[in-house]
Design a protein around this ligand. Structure first.
Ligand code: ZN
Length: 392
């Protein structure tokens, strides 16, 4: 690469950064004059004027009818204000769980306008689940009064790791999905660009932008549901790893000769602490129809047996998280999934971190329940779609 090409590259990066500073300030403050923008971003008036001219030309910013107050209370003509243009059209988020499909249609800012969920046996019937998802996207777009031709991207959540290179599900976790590329399959059905990621990564994005992790930048989101996995946010960005499968803490090995895991190894954390395993431990003492919802209710009522099992599971998960915390030094662990909001589990994790992570690391990390519950993945899928079309 020549010196001048490098210089052009770094100038372009600088300009992109400055453009983001301007649009970021307009997004948080609302309409502002060019002088306000210069003060708020620390950029020169000339730079701001030139950036605003470009942003108006590209349709990202518009001048408003309103005028602000003259600079420094002077008696001159009040300045024109500029604001972010409201982009037309919308996006969709699709959350494919092991047993459900949830779909949301949102405007371009990510505000959800219509949302629905249907029970589907997703694991066994990959193609059927995708047909249902496509049907629901059309129905929710109709409900949100956004024509399908105005939907600009779909974010999709898949409950299994996706290989970044092939976009294929990179394990045998979903038997009915073998040889399917989920994003391509949904794209073929909808004729709209589809971006896919796994459930723990999207839950992490959702809690970071719209939930418990708001305002933090180093967060581990742990999903305890049919499976067990983590989404890792480092420096405010999702860390996907070289092939997209970072955060698979459910497959940390606990016992060499333990239960056979669906990943093919033995004694994985998931075989000890996922929701199906915990339900099977509790059922003999409670009810054959015991559900995760009922388990959470019993936890909140202080039921001793349920609290013991969830707290032990939290300790087991916390043992694996302590090692991860020693390596990554996160600010927060957000617990999600059907059993993640359990207070007993959160307490168990806290106890293991205090016992097994180095003291300074344990003191720096908070453990909290997620705020978005079972909507985390669909909110994350919408955020992924917004990021896909919203980059300026
Ligand atoms: Zn495993």
């Amino acid at each position: 690469m020549s010196g001048s090409t490098q210089r052009r590259g770094s100038l372009e990066r600088l300009r992109t950064g400055n453009r983001r500073a301007v649009t970021g300030l307009l997004a948080t403050e609302g309409p502002l004059s060019r002088a306000d923008l210069a003060r708020g971003t620390g950029l020169s008036r000339t730079t701001v004027s030139s950036l605003v001219r470009d942003l108006i030309e590209s349709g990202h910013v518009v001048e408003t009818e309103d005028r602000g107050t003259p600079y420094k209370g002077g008696s001159g003509r009040p300045p024109l204000l500029v604001r972010l243009a409201t982009p037309s059209g919308g996006v969709a988020g699709v959350d494919v769980g092991h047993r459900h499909v949830r779909v949301a249609v949102a405007d371009r800012s990510g505000a959800i306008l219509a949302e629905a969920e249907t029970a589907v046996d997703v694991d066994a019937h990959g193609a059927g689940a995708l047909d249902e998802a496509a049907k629901m996207v059309r129905a929710m777009a109709r409900k949100a009064e956004i024509p399908m031709t105005d939907l600009q991207a779909v974010g999709m959540c898949v409950p299994a790791p996706i290989d970044r290179r092939s976009a294929q599900i990179s394990s045998g976790i979903l038997p009915g999905w073998r040889d399917l590329v989920p994003s391509e399959e949904l794209e073929r059905r909808l004729k709209i660009p589809v971006v896919a990621d796994n459930d723990a990564n999207l839950g992490a994005l959702a809690e970071l932008h719209h939930g418990a992790g708001h305002g933090t930048s180093d967060v581990i989101y742990v999903k305890v549901a049919s499976g067990l996995g983590a989404g890792i946010i480092l420096g405010g960005r999702l860390h996907r790893g070289t092939t997209g499968i970072a955060g698979e803490i459910g497959h940390v090995q606990l016992h060499e000769d333990g239960r056979v895991c669906r990943c093919g190894n033995r004694g994985c954390l998931e075989t000890e602490a996922s929701a199906p395993r915990l339900l099977s431990l509790l059922r003999p003492a409670y009810d054959d129809d015991l559900t995760t919802e009922r388990v959470l209710e019993l936890d909140l009522l202080g039921d001793a047996g349920v609290r013991r099992v969830l707290s032990d599971a939290g300790r087991t998960i916390g043992r694996a998280l302590a090692d991860l915390c020693n390596s990554l030094n996160p600010e927060m662990i957000v617990m999600g999934g059907s059993l993640g909001s359990s207070p007993a589990m959160v307490e168990g994790i806290r106890a293991s971190l205090d016992r097994y992570a180095q003291p300074a690391t344990a003191a720096a990390v908070r453990v909290v329940s997620g705020q978005l519950g079972d909507r985390a993945e669909v909110v994350g899928a919408v955020a992924l779609a917004v990021a896909r079309v919203g980059a300026i």
